[in-house]
Design a protein around this ligand. Structure first.
Ligand SMILES: C[S@@+](CC[C@H](N)C(=O)[O-])C[C@H]1O[C@@H](n2cnc3c(N)ncnc32)[C@H](O)[C@@H]1O
Length: 264
């Protein structure tokens, strides 16, 4: 596990265009245009080490869309999207137009782009905050205005926790404030994929200001202890309630587990 100094709950980091950043690396992997040369160079080395990297990003984004859609089908209309990233195809408010959404990211570029996309929407806002600073997130005027924690909410931690060394306390706090019937949506990169090169991912991300943390199925289940893990359990992202026929590809190419857990 990496040291926690890069993951403090202090102020959001300043923009450093010379250093690759996870939000922009991911944007590049998804085919976006909101990235700088160091992000692209890093991503290209990532792809050289793990050729499935782009596929994994797309599969993760697809999981996000399905989990949000299923949450809406279960009656949830409010979403707290932690580590929401740079807007891309399948943003929560695009998938669920009648949703109230608070997007949270500690990357100023991701938040600035979200603000542009959201315009003067009164249903969705972007908040610059560290998800570990739970009281800043939960107590922000935007959160208090849009999310009623007396009602079920979907708290999204999609492809964020593998950048957080010690998320346990914060995850506990979010679970604590969630009303019964709420869901916690998680996807998380894992070396348990055991594909060639995946053992290099943590080492590669150590070069960025946001080192990666490898977790397995047991770690994720421990994080959501007390919640009911919904069917089909902790699975590779493309295996979570797929809406297309299996394409014969190895689901481990996603390099990430997915789960949705419900508060009883
Ligand atoms: C790989 S992107 C995932 C984006 C989106 N959730 C998705 O899955 O499509 C991870 C995002 O988490 C953000 N992030 C990492 N650590 C964070 C933290 N402690 N607090 C808030 N955001 C964080 C990064 O800035 C980045 O935008």
């Amino acid at each position: 596990m990496s040291d926690n100094s890069e993951h403090s709950s202090g102020p959001a980091p300043a923009i450093d265009p010379d250093r690759p950043h996870p939000a922009r690396i991911y944007d590049y992997l998804l085919g976006g245009a909101c990235n700088f040369a160091p992000d692209r160079e890093f991503a290209d080395r990532f792809i050289a080490a793990v050729p499935e990297a782009k596929t994994a990003a797309l599969l993760n984004r697809d999981f996000l869309r399905r989990a949000v859609r299923e949450s809406r089908a279960a009656g949830i209309t409010q979403f707290l999207d932690l580590g929401s990233g740079i807007p891309a195809v399948g943003n929560v408010h695009d998938t669920v137009p009648d949703a109230r959404v608070v997007y949270v990211d500690n990357d100023p570029i991701a938040v600035a782009h979200s603000e542009i996309v959201l315009g003067d929407s009164d249903r969705a806002v972007a908040l610059l905050a560290n998800m570990l600073d739970t009281e800043a997130v939960l107590g922000a005027p935007a959160t208090r205005e849009l999310i009623d924690f007396e009602q079920p909410v979907a708290v999204l931690m999609v492809a964020i926790l593998h950048f957080v060394a010690e998320p346990q306390e914060a995850v506990r706090r979010y679970i604590e404030v969630m009303a019964p019937g709420s869901v916690l949506v998680i996807s998380h990169g894992t070396g348990e994929a055991e594909l060639p090169g995946t053992d290099r991912v943590v080492e590669l991300y150590a070069e960025t200001g946001t080192p990666g943390v490898d977790r397995g199925k047991a770690d994720l289940l421990a994080l959501v202890e007390g919640l009911e893990v919904l069917e089909p359990g902790v699975v590779w992202t493309p295996q979570w309630r797929p809406d297309t026929e299996p394409d014969g590809r190895d689901p481990r190419e996603s390099m990430a587990y997915a789960l949705v857990a419900r508060k009883p």
